[in-house]
Write a protein that binds this ligand. Structure first.
Ligand SMILES: [Zn+2]
Length: 340
């Protein structure tokens, strides 16, 4: 896994050039969806050996764009394929956490489960639509996620939506972002106009990010934005401008900056984890263009190599891992280490 991650880092650049195009809005559909359920039960976790806990293992950060009945590019998925992937994740004991939770230093999921970060780019209407009563429609990505979580109560209904200007225009930005933040979903920044940050000067980079932050906070006053997804996966120069900066009165500070493609992320507790360049995996079937770097291939590989995958010990105050992996732990986390 480690060797694969290094090998694949070059592919990130290739994928970044072709990714994440803007998409037109699609139609709307009626009918309410069930409410979100993010409750977690708490009891003493079993011993880490029992569940083979490894909180230094890899974590898939999955990247979704548009749901479409007629996928026009490798970035589109059908609703049926999207639902099937969520069902698979639930069946394989993955539990969604938001991007902000992933980089918070505390991943609070039950013993024996694996974190997965579900991320959605470009704020298309196929992702989030609310009906006249203000409930998510069932055939939106949000509606499907809520339904899978209802059927699989251990599968938390949460995700991170990286949004641009005029987000979720069918519903309206304020209504859509308001619903998401009220129900435990994260709203992240994807720049106001989906700008290629590698092509802008320092002032332009900061304007592109800060202007979208202003849009988000206008729609949801008081919200904090902790995560940024780079349009096209394109890193500004210097990369630090993606982490922190300001334009006029608006200042931003991100805890995580997300790339496009193409392999699982290291654990956030790994010494080599870089929160300013977190890789993501495009949702994709087992075959198709670059399917070797898509979600089906990677989920198969993680399933086939369980020792390399992040498995929770159910104790979010500590970082638990097999003793043999001790050298992997970030030095700043030594006081929380629970090797076994
Ligand atoms: Zn995008």
């Amino acid at each position: 896994m480690r060797r694969s991650a290094v090998f694949l880092s070059a592919v990130v650049l290739l994928l970044a050039t072709a990714s994440c195009a803007g998409y037109p809005p699609d139609g709307s559909a009626p009918a309410p969806a069930p409410a979100a359920s993010a409750s977690q039960t708490r009891s003493a976790p079993p011993g880490p050996e029992t569940v083979r806990a490894n909180e230094l293992g890899s974590v898939p950060v999955l990247m979704y764009h548009q749901l479409s009945d007629h996928p026009a590019s490798v970035y589109d998925r059908t609703a049926a394929d999207f639902r099937a992937e969520l069902e698979r994740l639930a069946r394989e004991n993955y539990v969604p956490v938001t991007a902000a939770e992933f980089t918070s230093g505390r991943i609070d999921i039950p013993a024996g489960t694996h974190p997965v970060v579900l991320t959605f780019d470009d704020s298309t209407n196929s992702q989030v639509r609310l009906d006249a009563k203000g409930d998510p429609v069932p055939d939106s990505a949000l509606g499907i996620l809520l339904d899978v979580a209802r059927v699989h109560p251990a599968f938390r209904a949460t995700a991170t939506f990286f949004v641009n200007g005029s987000a979720f225009s069918t519903t309206g930005t304020a209504a859509a972002l308001g619903w998401l933040t009220r129900h435990g979903f994260e709203v992240g920044n994807h720049t106001l106009h989906h700008s290629n940050l590698a092509t802008l000067d320092a002032a332009g980079v900061q304007e592109a990010i800060a202007s979208e932050l202003a849009e988000i906070t206008k729609a949801v006053p008081g919200t904090t934005v902790q995560s940024l997804a780079l349009p096209y996966g394109a890193m500004p120069k210097p990369g630090s401008l993606a982490v922190a900066g300001s334009a006029g009165p608006v200042a931003y500070q991100h805890r995580g900056v997300y790339l496009v493609g193409s392999n699982p992320s290291r654990s956030p507790f790994d010494a080599a984890f870089d929160p300013a360049a977190i890789p993501r995996i495009r949702s994709e079937a087992a075959s198709g263009p670059e399917a070797a770097f898509g979600s089906t291939t990677w989920l198969d590989r993680l399933a086939a190599n369980p020792a390399d995958r992040y498995t929770s010990a159910g104790d979010p105050d500590h970082v638990t891992f097999p003793k043999a992996r001790a050298a992997q732990l970030a030095k700043s986390l030594q006081s929380r280490a629970r090797p076994y």
